[in-house]
Design a protein around this ligand. Structure first.
Ligand SMILES: Cc1cc2nc3c(=O)[nH]c(=O)nc-3n(C[C@H](O)[C@H](O)[C@H](O)COP(=O)(O)OP(=O)(O)OC[C@H]3O[C@@H](n4cnc5c(N)ncnc54)[C@H](O)[C@@H]3O)c2cc1C
Length: 282
């Protein structure tokens, strides 16, 4: 079945929030993806590409358009010497496990970022001083008209890229050789830091806000007294104030109200405007 209708999106996001997608498709390869795009274009249906939904808030009223989640061949990884071509649907942690098996180093610090390669490259995911863009050589994208293009000069910036309005199909990484034990050590170090600082087992969407230049959003939110504040079941994490946890049956409205309260107060107190890192969809 190329696509389904009225599919609940809750299970497709790490926050476990969101209504139904009017249309949902998980193409296994480029040919299927092209058919889905052609259908969407003919019917004038807007599309949204979903990775693992770990940086996304889907509204309770659902998605009016077509949600596309790349599956099948889009999860493949090909390793040739130090060059690695990874499908956009592959989980970042799975890619890191695979390349570290070949003693390839660079992106291991990102282990623990719970998204896909496509989501990570789209948003230039990073942590502990490493950004995924540091190792990206080229990105293959598809336009809504089904045409493919290899982009070698992607403009990456803090938590973003110039790949807006493109579907990332695969990513070519250029990695370095290192010894396995050192790569594994870096993975373990990153996981340890992450579990000390972040509510890793809660239902969250990662950091809600981007860090303003020279400042940490989490620190500003904590200083403003928001740790533990809630709207419904949406709670500002007591572990890291830039995370909102869904402690039960939080709605997208609860999360958005909390976001707006934080933005207003941080602006009033510190004159700093916070901008969302998460993507809000309806
Ligand atoms: C506990 C936790 C910890 C986190 N820690 C970090 C961290 O340390 N650093 C960090 O940067 N992020 C972090 N995140 C946020 C998130 O995991 C990353 O941003 C991740 O890269 C998002 O990937 P995803 O596949 O889940 O993307 P999604 O949330 O599914 O999508 C995010 C955006 O990417 C776009 N997108 C996804 N796939 C494609 C594609 N194939 N083509 C085009 N566009 C696409 C979507 O359209 C959307 O706009 C964390 C999240 C959680 C829950």
């Amino acid at each position: 079945m190329l696509f389904q209708e009225n599919i609940p999106m809750k299970e497709y996001t790490s926050l476990k929030i969101g209504g139904r997608a009017r249309w949902f498709s998980s193409p296994n390869n480029k040919e299927e993806l092209k058919k889905v795009l052609s259908f969407a274009t003919t019917m004038d249906i807007p599309i949204f590409i979903l990775g693992s939904g770990t940086n996304t808030l889907i509204k309770d009223e659902g998605v009016k358009g077509m949600v596309i989640k790349l599956g099948g061949d889009f999860k493949n990884v090909e390793i040739q010497n130090q060059e690695v071509k990874a499908g956009a649907g592959c989980l970042l942690s799975s890619l890191i496990t695979q390349v570290s098996g070949f003693s390839l180093s660079g992106i291991e610090t990102l282990y623990g970022i719970p998204g896909t390669v496509g989501g990570a490259v789209f948003g230039n995911a990073g942590c502990f001083g490493v950004q995924i863009s540091d190792y990206v050589k080229a990105v293959t994208v598809m336009g809504n008209d089904g045409t493919e293009q290899i982009v070698k000069d992607v403009n990456f910036f803090y938590r973003g890229s110039s790949l807006k309005d493109k579907i990332i199909l695969d990513v070519l990484f250029s990695l370095k050789k290192d010894v396995k034990w050192r790569i594994e050590e870096k993975i373990n170090e990153a996981l340890k830091k992450r579990s000390t600082a972040q509510p890793v087992s809660a239902k969250t969407a990662g950091c809600i806000f981007k860090n303003p230049e020279g400042k940490f959003a989490g620190e500003l939110i904590e200083k403003a007294g928001f740790k533990g504040r809630s709207v419904g079941d949406a709670v500002i994490s007591t572990k890291h104030a830039n995370f909102i946890e869904n402690r039960g049956s939080a709605t997208s409205e609860d999360v958005i109200s909390l976001i707006n309260m934080v933005k207003r107060r941080v602006w009033e107190l510190y004159g700093v405007m916070l901008y969302e890192e998460i993507v809000i969809i309806n």
